[in-house]
Ligand binder design. Structure first.
Ligand code: NOJ
Length: 563
């Protein structure tokens, strides 16, 4: 039964009987749970909509844009990056209270309003959970660092210096420098995989698991639909904290470059097998709630087999580990196709795939791929088999923005020049008003500058233009919703000429082909059957009949319904 219907029947929504009947009428019974058929939209709350005029987005701002998300755009779920109390050393990924809202973003009651308003529109709400580390200002850490015999000492990872006074081991922080910070008060080092202001929690201590799971229950009881788990594979390390071995010469991290951090193989500072029991427990907790709750882990593991273990041997861990393979794949037809085939081959039986092309840590996709290929990328993301996540602003092609050094905010960028992530976190661009509708009239400045083209590149302008990127996203989202072949159908790659990637999606005999050109030359793609173009990334072809082959213009993607 659809999640929306279950929620109505359970009375988590104040609607009346008519709503229930109309929901039943519109939502057929499905063997696929909501998180498999939905499209997730990631909101970076600082940058979505400011309602107070401080230049920073907030929860009421998100609530005020739900109509856009549910109806205008047509996504099915939102994931909101952290909005919890935090000193904001890493913009919320340094949590000082897991069960409240930072006053800058609003109140718990604002969150509840958001949840009710989202559910009323049929939108699921996924919140971020940051289990690997807290803020150093979290009361747990304040206690932990106060003395060696404090009851919370072992809630974090403390170690003596080596006999020669040096660091406990060779682990590095992925934000630069050693992963150990010396604490004068107690004469020991504590571990931090990220900033020194983000001490790692000790998940080998059952009290930590208990307290963190209480935090999860707090949000489940409020009615959230799922969790995105920050650096999920980091929470269990080698119990002996052994040194990481050096990376072999020429070894390259397939993901974002981390400078010196990439000189080591990170075999001991993350991903210890004991992690799987934690996620089995976590899943059991989620599964004790109805309607079904969901989890997706941020897991940067390049080896497919290791990545796939996070589904759990009996699919009893995470519903999905995030699949970032396309984010750093060279944008070429054969490379992209190879990643998709690898993923399909790596999936455990019954596991569900997912795709991501951008997020708050990565260079904006419009800049990585360019204007035309950003349209091809949209078609790819929204037609592959698996749950897509769309990063806010990608639907209007917000480009990566150069932030002048004096305006840079991201601590990673300040530690490691070039690694800063501010450029993909600029405010959402809504309309032609001053500050592009992100902040109310009279606001003097936004926390990061808007892009230079914000007066021309915004939701209002693109809604008026049937050829805009936003119009393409809307069409793709609408089409996906109407096509079981795209939502849940099988995937089969087709033979193509160089520079083209094509695949068929098939559900109970209803077949849809997606053909994507990654080149600047025209190409022709064999379909083997006749059909009709239902959507193109270059407008004007809908309804065109194709008899066995389809001609693709440079950088064009088309969807064809086969006869
Ligand atoms: C991954 C998050 O996506 C990133 O933004 C954050 O800085 C680190 N984890 C540390 O929490």
């Amino acid at each position: 039964m659809s999640m929306h219907v279950v929620r109505l029947l359970q009375g988590r929504n104040q609607s009346g009987t008519n709503d229930i009947l109309s929901a039943l009428a519109c939502c057929p019974m499905s063997e696929h749970p909501w998180w498999q058929t939905t499209v997730i939209y990631q909101i970076y709350p600082r940058s979505f909509q400011d309602t107070t005029g401080n230049g920073i987005g907030d929860l009421p701002g998100i609530t005020s844009r739900l109509d856009y998300l549910a109806d205008t755009l047509g996504v099915g779920a939102i994931w909101i990056s952290p909005f919890y109390p935090s000193p904001m050393a890493d913009f919320g990924y340094d949590v000082s209270d897991y069960t409240d809202v930072h006053p800058m973003f609003g109140t718990l009651s604002d969150f509840d309003d958001l949840l009710v308003a989202a559910h009323r529109r049929g939108l699921e709400v996924i919140v971020d959970w940051v289990p690997n580390h807290s803020s150093d200002e979290h009361p747990w850490f304040v206690e932990s660092r106060s003395s060696r015999d404090n009851p919370k000492r072992d809630w974090y990872v403390w170690r003596d210096p080596k006999p020669d006074g040096s660091l406990p081991n060779n682990w590095l922080s992925s934000f630069g420098g050693p992963a150990w910070e010396y604490d004068d008060t107690t004469g020991q080092y504590y571990l931090h995989s990220f900033l020194a202001k983000q001490p790692d929690l000790n998940w080998r201590n059952p009290e930590v698991q208990g307290a963190m799971f209480d935090g999860i229950r707090f949000w489940l009881d409020r009615g959230v639909d799922g969790f995105r788990i920050d650096v999920a594979h980091l929470i269990m390390k080698d119990p002996e904290l052994r040194d990481n071995p050096p990376a072999p010469e020429g070894w390259q991290n397939r993901f974002k470059s981390h400078g010196e951090y990439d000189s080591w193989l990170h075999v001991h500072d993350k991903g210890h097998p004991d992690i799987h029991q934690v996620f089995r427990d976590f899943r059991a907790l989620l599964d004790s709630y109805q309607p079904e709750r969901y989890s997706v882990g941020e897991i940067h593991i390049a080896e497919w087999d290791a990545w796939a273990t996070y589904y759990g041997e009996d699919l009893d861990e995470l519903h999905m580990p995030y699949n970032f393979s396309l984010v750093h794949t060279p944008w070429k037809a054969d490379e992209v196709a190879a990643r998709v085939d690898e993923l399909e081959a790596a999936l455990p039986a019954g596991a569900w795939p997912n795709y991501v092309l951008g997020n708050h840590d990565e260079t904006r996709l419009a800049t990585r791929f360019g204007e035309q290929q950003a349209r091809v990328a949209a078609m790819l993301l929204l037609t592959l088999r698996g749950t897509p996540t769309v990063y806010y602003g990608d639907e209007i092609g917000i480009p990566q923005t150069d932030i002048p050094p004096e305006q840079q905010q991201d601590p990673w960028g300040r530690n490691l020049p070039g690694a800063g992530r501010d450029g993909c976190r600029t405010p959402m661009q809504w309309d032609r008003s001053p500050l592009a509708g992100f902040s109310p009239a009279g606001t003097t400045a936004t926390w990061l500058p808007l892009t230079a083209d914000s007066q021309d590149r915004n939701v209002a302008v693109q809604l008026d233009d049937p050829a805009s990127l936003l119009s393409l996203y809307r069409a793709l989202l609408g089409y996906r919703k109407s096509s079981r072949a795209l939502e849940v159908g099988d995937y089969r790659r087709l033979e193509t000429p160089d520079g083209v990637y094509a695949y068929e999606r098939n559900h109970n005999g209803s077949r849809v082909v997606v053909a994507l050109s990654f080149t600047e030359t025209p190409s022709r793609c064999d379909l083997g059957r006749a059909g009709k173009v239902t959507l193109s990334t270059i407008p004007g072809r809908t309804g065109e009949e194709v008899a066995g082959t389809v001609e693709l213009r440079p950088s064009e993607g088309v969807i064809i319904e086969l006869d």
